[in-house]
Design a protein around this ligand. Structure first.
Ligand code: URP
Ligand code: ZN
Ligand code: ZN
Length: 466
């Protein structure tokens, strides 16, 4: 007897399409049988006319995370609910390490904060400095199931940038321990130099934000850290890649055998930097900034040829009030524009599925299998969760999303579940939206209803392969 049966499933994985009945027992896919042959389930779902895919994994989100003196509006339960409406059954967030912290302790604390999630979760470890003691903690962190790290090549003034010499020491340890080093690759020197220049020239409006950190601010750092990966032989992961030049540098590095993996994010695939014009330009401030249509085209191409392996959301959910909170007002109450003071980041955790289908699959930029690959299978493989996650096969966790080709919605603030006072995606329609999101056999979303329970998500102990 199965707990749940999904009948007539038209299954799409990263490289395969097949029809089957799916038998789920104790949260696991226990059987995949010829269509119409399975019986005996407590709950039966007929997926006729629908598409069945593995649960989405978002390996780059910031939930309940401090940015300067602010914190976003979500907690792990509210985030997991809206994630489930977007077909996401697992997320990877970050520790909020500051200088002086033991990384073992920050992992333990952050795991505790994540406990109320209804979807499964894991952690990248932010590494903001290096010393003998911290390097010695790396093997223990890996043993705890967190073999991926994030280092900032910028934000020196905020105290989170790690020096190049320390990057090299971390990479050497990462290589020895078969882990992976992630990077926020932007040049601190270029951004500080440009910041002073733009400030002196009174160019601090949102419309100038993208030009203050031009393409070279990213690709200089990308090229440099790739050289460090080449020197040490360590595997690196590049978060939020945005420029055509970076894509080219990564492509060439891969060709000569450097162990580099890269992602882009949903917003870089659909918005260009014109979004920073006008009053609402403040809502589109994130780092790295938005780019040009030429860059957007290069990102889609990079996804298709495998240079970019993942599309994540980099979700940060701030109300308009929070984005503006550090800005001063003039006597007549108007905001004095200063992009240096704007809280960075945008949402995307819920919207990623619907927009990648409407803008990617439906516009023939990517295939449906590619969509599964970049949102589920690759995150699972790259971050050490495969084949438990990221596929539909016997023995895998029953993380399953059933998509309805006829279900579409405008991605307005009312139709999304963030409780934000705006949606940067309101001009977009999400297509093939989920009718069911199932996590380890438990129904989290059925049509428009959330049925999951707080605290039922589990920590995913990850182990890198290859
Ligand atoms: O603007 C962004 N991306 N905020 C999130 C932090 C980060 O660097 O990913
Ligand atoms: Zn970053
Ligand atoms: Zn981020």
């Amino acid at each position: 007897m199965f707990d749940t049966i999904i009948k007539n499933a038209n299954i799409y994985t990263d490289g395969n399409n097949f029809e089957a009945d799916i038998g789920i027992k104790d949260g696991i896919i226990a059987e995949l049988a010829k269509k119409g042959t399975i019986s005996g389930g407590h709950k039966i779902i007929d997926a006729k006319g629908k598409l069945v895919i593995p649960g989405l994994i978002d390996p780059h989100v910031h939930i309940h995370a401090p940015f300067g003196n602010n914190i976003d509006i979500l907690d792990f339960y509210s985030a997991s609910k809206l994630a489930a409406f977007g077909g996401v059954t697992s997320i990877i967030d970050f520790t909020n390490t500051v200088k002086g912290d033991s990384i073992v302790e920050v992992v333990k604390n952050r795991k505790n904060e994540m406990k109320n999630s209804a979807i499964d979760y894991s952690l990248h470890v932010k590494y903001v400095e290096s010393n003998e003691k911290l390097l010695k903690e790396i093997p223990e962190i890996i043993e705890m199931g967190c073999p991926s790290f994030k280092m900032f090549m910028t934000y020196k003034k905020a105290g989170v940038m790690i020096d190049d010499i320390d990057i090299l020491k971390v990479l050497e340890t990462i290589k020895k321990n078969k882990a992976m080093a992630g990077f926020h690759a932007e040049s601190n020197s270029i951004s500080e130099f440009m910041e002073d220049k733009f400030s002196n020239e009174h160019l601090l409006g949102w419309e100038n934000f993208p030009n203050y950190k031009p393409n070279i601010c990213e690709y200089e750092a990308v090229e440099r850290v790739i050289s460090y990966a080449e020197l040490t032989g360590a595997r690196i992961y590049l978060f939020h890649i945005t420029t055509a030049e970076s894509v080219e540098i990564i492509r060439k590095a891969k060709e000569r055998g450097v162990d580099v993996i890269a992602e882009t994010c949903l917003h870089y695939l659909i918005f260009n930097k014109e979004k920073n014009q006008g009053e609402d330009g403040i809502l589109y401030i994130m780092s790295p900034p938005l780019r040009t249509d030429k860059d957007i085209e290069a990102l889609w191409k990079g996804i298709n040829d495998g240079t970019l392996s993942i599309v994540s959301s980099d979700n940060c959910s701030f109300t308009r009030e929070l984005k503006e909170i550090n800005l001063h007002k003039s006597d007549d109450g108007t905001i004095i524009k200063d992009f240096r003071k704007v809280v960075n980041g945008v949402s995307g955790l819920e919207e990623r599925l619907g927009i990648l289908i409407s803008e990617g699959v439906k516009k023939n930029r990517i295939s449906f299998n590619k969509f599964v690959e970049i949102t589920s299978t690759n995150p699972a493989k790259i971050f050490g969760m495969y084949p438990k996650k990221g596929t539909i096969s016997i023995g895998a966790d029953a993380d399953i999303v059933i998509l309805d080709p006829n279900r579409k919605k405008a991605l307005t603030k009312e139709n999304l579940h963030y409780n934000l006072d705006y949606s940067i995606y309101e001009d977009y329609v999400g297509e093939y939206l989920p009718v069911y999101t199932i996590r380890r056999g438990e129904i989290l979303v059925e049509n428009d209803e959330f049925k999951g329970k707080e605290g039922t998500g589990q920590f995913i102990k990850r182990k890198l392969i290859g």
